[in-house]
Design a protein. Structure first.
Length: 429
């Protein structure tokens, strides 16, 4: 432990502990250095993090990860921990790393060969049974709940499932790498990149290859910018939602902007998902300057979303099937601008189907695999002020691009920019 000059940001840590073999446990380090401190994982050292770390009383702390962190490789051991914690739903999830408090800054290594969190998720994906949607009792990786903090050079290799959940306000995230590539046939279910339930968030310069949403902005979020990224593999893209599963609560989010993103081999690029019977409003949402290559559903909007996964994957409490379709999460002031690229017509989807029809084809019985835009508004009044501008996405088999458009009425959407029909894509001049 030594005196430390202020780091080159808004933080003024006074105390540093460098974790080494034989040093106090990681949990003890966070307890001892919970304020005005730096907790450092040294380069060239591998750290076994065999128990979850919960440090929720931090203040003005820098977490500097230069070495590699390793989760246990024993699946049943981790499952038993999750089960015994009673963290069996999304909202009560067990995070392997949970950090909370003002002015927390996570600083990874600029060196791409080190500073990784290794979760050994491949074994979990391979153990998933036929027609399963992920093993039970999986932990989430990291939760950051902070004000005036952020993350830089976060790197996650083979996560078991969900990666990062952001909560709080005034959060800046840069230079993240998330690698959920499966080297076998095992599908990386629920390997979401970033979940956001926060205000004033800026995420940039990410590389995310995963098997679910690259970034999912959820209810309670306002003023979020996600930009300058490359995402793909089996990605579900840049998502809003899901919203409205809990019919007893009112979904609310606004001012969300996705821009300058390249999407490769993904299921979705720009996606909105809300549940039938949900309540609330999503307002002022934009996707722009999006490049798509071999993407199955480049632009996708549904207000009748369904999640095929287990209870632990459901974002909110609420009925999954047999829901009354008596309300909708209202959508207002949505823009999709400057999309370019190709639509996957030869091998659409991502290999995660466990039902027939596949979960992403439910409610779309006449797909031609040429649909550049799919808009399913639940009612004729639930979608307002939609605008599609400069959309140039073409099927790989050279057929004409098409559209599915339901209930986006001209009266409520005077600047829609396309003919709202089920047929050939026809932009309006």
């Amino acid at each position: 432990m030594e005196q430390q000059n202020p780091v080159a940001n808004t933080f003024t840590p006074q105390l540093v502990i460098r974790m080494e073999p034989g040093a106090p446990t990681i949990a003890a380090a966070f307890a001892k250095c919970s304020s005005n401190s730096v907790v450092e994982f040294k380069k060239g050292v591998n750290y076994n993090v065999f128990k979850p770390i919960s440090a929720k009383n931090l203040s003005n702390v820098v977490i500097r990860q230069e070495g590699n962190l390793h989760l246990p490789q024993n699946i049943t051991y981790i499952q038993d921990l999750v089960k015994s914690s009673n963290a069996l739903t999304y909202t009560t999830a067990l995070y392997w790393f949970a950090f909370a408090g003002p002015k927390i800054q996570y600083e990874g290594s600029k060196d791409v060969t080190t500073g990784w969190i290794n979760s050994y998720g491949q074994a979990w994906w391979d153990a998933n049974p036929v027609n399963g949607t992920g093993l039970p009792n999986r932990p989430h990786l990291l939760q950051l709940n902070t004000t005036n903090g952020g993350m830089n050079y976060f790197k996650s290799r083979k996560p078991i499932a969900w990666n990062v959940q952001l909560l709080g306000s005034n959060i800046r995230v840069k230079n993240s790498i998330i690698d959920s590539f499966s080297s076998t046939g095992g599908f990386p279910f629920n390997t979401d990149g970033f979940g956001v339930t926060a205000t004033n968030v800026h995420i940039s310069d990410s590389i995310i290859y995963n098997g679910d949403d690259a970034c999912a902005v959820q209810s309670g979020s306002h003023n979020v910018l996600f930009e300058k990224a490359t995402i793909g593999y089996r990605s579900h893209g840049l998502s809003i939602g899901s919203l409205g599963q809990n019919q007893a609560s009112f979904a609310n989010l606004s001012n969300i902007h996705f821009r300058d993103v390249t999407v490769v081999d993904a299921v979705y690029a720009a996606r909105f998902k809300s549940w039938a019977g949900g309540r609330g409003i999503a307002k002022n949402i934009t996707w722009e300057d999006i490049r798509v290559y071999n993407v199955s559903f480049p632009i996708f909007v549904t207000q009748t979303y369904y999640n095929q996964g287990s209870k632990a994957t459901q974002l909110e409490p609420g009925t999954i099937s047999g829901r009354p379709n008596n309300a909708s999460v209202a959508m207002e002031d949505f823009t999709w601008k400057n999309f370019r690229g190709t639509l996957n017509t030869f091998e659409p989807g991502d290999g995660s189907c466990v039902t027939d029809p596949c979960w992403y084809d439910v409610g779309l019985p006449d797909l031609q695999r040429t649909e550049t835009i799919i808009v399913e508004c639940n009612t004729r009044s639930s979608c307002k002020n939609f605008a599609f501008k400069d959309i140039e996405i073409y099927p790989q088999d050279y057929r004409d691009p098409t559209v599915i458009c339901i209930n986006a009425t001209g009266a409520l959407n005077p600047d829609l920019g396309i003919h709202c029909v089920n047929g050939t894509f026809a932009p309006l001049d």
